[in-house]
Ligand binder design. Structure first.
Ligand code: ZN
Length: 479
C-alpha cells in the first residue's frame, strides 16, 4: 500500500518540513512547555494502566506456570540464589555433598544435624550415611517417615507401595494435589530426591502380600552373595494384617530387626514396636485382637465405610517411629520396644513384649533358641560382666562429687529400698496434697492410702496359665 518514493514526492515533503520549521519558530516557549507537560502526564497514565495489565497477566500465568512471565520470575529467583552463594542447578536441586560438614554456615544442610555431636547426643552422626532403611507402605505414616529420614541424610532409602496418590489423601502430610494419579512410590521419590539428592532412593511399586510380591520384596532386601539381609532396618507403615505378616516372615527368615507402626481406625491413637527376631516377640507371638477373637480382618472392612485419619496422629506416630530409628541406627538413648500413644488422654504407654515359646511360627522358635544360646555363651556372659563392671566404675566415679552448690543429695538404692517402696511417691503425694489442683482437674489414681501392703494385695501374681487360657479368660471377661 505504501507509495513508491519519487523525486516529486521528496520535493513536496521538503516544502512541508520548511513550513513546519516556520511554525515552530513562531511558537511560544511557555505554550510549548505546557503541551509537553500534558503529553508527559498522558504517557504516565498509559504506563500505569500497562503495568496493571502486566501484573494481572503475571498472576494468571504463574497459576498455570507456563507463560513467559512465570518463567522469567523463576529464573530471577534462581539468579538471586546463585548470587547468595547457594549451590543450585537449573532444576533448583542442590548438588550432592561428598562429606557431611559441621561448619555453621547458612548453605550447609547438615550443620544442625552434625551439631548433635557437639551437644554430646550422638558420637558419630555421619555414620547415618552408611545406613539403609526400607519403608514398607508410603501412606500417612510411611511418607512422613521417609521425608524425615531423607532430611536426616540416611544413606539409602527403599520405598514400597502399590497405591496411587488420591485427593482423599490430602488430609495427611507430604503428598500434594498435583501428584494425584502418580504412584505413591514415584511421587515420593520425586519429592525426596529434590529435598536431599545425597540419599539413594529406590522405589518399588508392588504389593508385597502376593506370592510374587513376597519373593520380590525378600530379594530386594537380601544381599545376593551372602543371602543375608542387605538393609539395616525395615519400617512397617502398612495398614493391614497380611502385609505385617509378610514383613514378619521375611524378617524372621533374614534375622532382620524391624519396627512396626500403626494408627487406630478412629484416628486418635497409635503405636510403634521394635521386633528383634528371637529377642522380642515376633508379630505372630502375640496375636492381635482380630485374630484372638477369631474374626477375619477382611470382614471388618465394610464396603463404603471409611476409616478416619488425622495428619496430627499420623505425624506423631511417624515422629515416634523415626526417633526410635535414629536411636537404633546411631546408638543413642534407649530404643523403645513398644511405645503407644493415646491422643484423648495424652497417654504414652511403654512395655516389653517377650517372645512366646509357643509361637505358631517355627522360624521364631528357632530364633528364640539361637538367642538363648547366644546370651548364655561364655563370650556373651563375659561381655555382660565387663559391661556391668564398667557401669559400676562409672557410678562410683560419679559419686565423688558429694558437695554441690544446689544442695542435691544422692541417696543409695539400698537405703531407699530399706525405707520401704513407694516412699518417693508418698512424699510426692504429700507435696501434691499441699497444693490444691486447679478447678476441673483431679488425680485419676488415689493420692493417699496407697501403701506397700495394699500394693502387695493388688499385685498381679505369676500364673502357670498358658497364653490360650489367658486369652479365653480375657474374652470371657469382655462378654
Ligand atoms: Zn513369634
Amino acid at each position: 500500500m505504501a507509495e513508491a518514493p519519487s523525486p516529486a514526492k521528496a520535493t513536496d515533503l521538503q516544502a512541508e518540513l520548511l513550513k513546519l520549521q516556520e511554525v515552530v519558530k513562531q511558537m511560544d516557549p511557555t505554550e510549548m512547555q505546557a503541551a509537553v507537560a500534558k503529553l508527559t502526564d498522558q504517557v504516565l497514565r498509559i504506563n500505569g494502566k500497562l503495568q496493571a495489565s502486566i501484573a494481572t497477566l503475571g498472576q494468571t500465568s504463574s497459576a498455570d506456570g507456563s507463560t513467559a512471565a512465570g518463567t522469567s520470575n523463576a529464573a530471577g529467583a534462581l539468579v538471586g540464589d546463585a548470587a547468595a552463594g547457594a549451590v543450585a542447578s537449573s532444576s533448583g536441586t542442590r548438588a550432592k555433598i561428598e562429606t557431611m560438614s559441621a561448619e555453621v554456615v547458612d548453605s550447609n544442610p547438615y550443620s544442625r544435624l552434625m551439631a548433635l555431636q557437639r551437644m554430646g547426643i550422638v558420637k558419630d552422626y555421619e555414620r547415618i550415611r552408611t545406613k539403609t532403611v526400607a519403608v514398607v507402605g508410603v501412606g500417612g505414616v510411611g511418607s512422613v517417615a521417609a521425608e524425615m529420614l531423607t532430611r536426616c541424610g540416611v544413606g539409602r532409602l527403599l520405598l514400597y507401595d502399590y497405591d496411587k496418590v488420591e485427593l482423599a489423601n490430602m488430609n495427611r502430610l507430604f503428598f500434594r494435589p498435583e501428584q494425584c494419579g502418580m504412584t505413591k512410590t514415584d511421587a515420593a521419590a520425586q519429592t525426596l530426591r529434590h529435598i536431599n539428592p545425597d540419599v539413594a532412593i529406590e522405589s518399588f511399586t508392588m504389593n508385597i502380600t502376593t506370592v510374587d510380591g513376597f519373593d520380590q520384596f525378600k530379594a530386594s532386601v537380601t544381599h545376593p552373595g551372602s543371602g543375608k539381609s542387605s538393609v539395616d532396618l525395615i519400617l512397617s507403615c502398612v495398614d493391614n494384617y497380611e502385609a505385617r505378616i509378610t514383613i514378619n516372615q521375611v524378617c524372621l527368615e533374614l534375622q532382620q530387626t524391624w519396627m512396626e507402626s500403626g494408627v487406630s481406625e478412629d484416628a486418635v491413637s497409635g503405636h510403634i514396636q521394635t521386633l528383634i527376631p528371637g529377642e522380642t516377640a515376633c508379630f505372630q507371638c502375640v496375636p492381635p485382637l482380630v485374630v484372638a477373637s477369631g474374626i477375619d480382618e477382611r470382614t471388618l472392612k465394610r464396603e463404603g465405610v471409611c476409616a478416619a485419619s488425622l495428619p496430627t496422629t499420623m505425624g506423631i506416630v511417624a515422629g515416634m517411629l523415626v526417633q526410635n530409628t535414629l536411636k537404633y541406627l546411631l546408638h543413642f538413648g534407649t530404643v523403645s520396644r513398644y511405645l503407644g500413644y493415646n491422643s484423648l488422654k495424652d497417654f504414652f504407654p511403654t512395655m516389653e513384649i517377650k517372645p512366646n515359646t509357643a509361637c505358631s511360627n517355627g522360624r521364631c522358635l528357632d530364633a528364640q533358641q539361637a538367642h538363648q544360646a547366644h546370651i548364655n555363651s561364655p563370650e556373651a556372659l563375659a561381655a555382660a560382666a565387663a559391661a556391668a563392671a564398667a557401669a559400676d566404675a562409672e557410678a562410683n566415679a560419679a559419686a565423688v562429687h558429694e558437695e554441690n552448690d544446689w544442695g542435691i543429695e544422692v541417696v543409695a538404692d539400698d537405703a531407699a529400698a530399706a525405707a520401704g517402696s513407694g516412699v518417693g511417691e508418698a512424699q510426692a503425694d504429700e507435696a501434691a496434697a499441699a497444693e490444691p489442683l486447679p478447678e476441673g482437674l483431679q488425680f485419676s489414681l488415689p493420692q493417699a492410702g496407697v501403701d506397700a501392703q495394699m500394693l502387695q494385695q493388688e499385685a498381679v501374681r505369676p500364673t502357670e496359665a498358658s497364653l490360650d487360657e489367658l486369652t479365653s479368660m480375657l474374652s470371657s471377661l469382655n462378654k
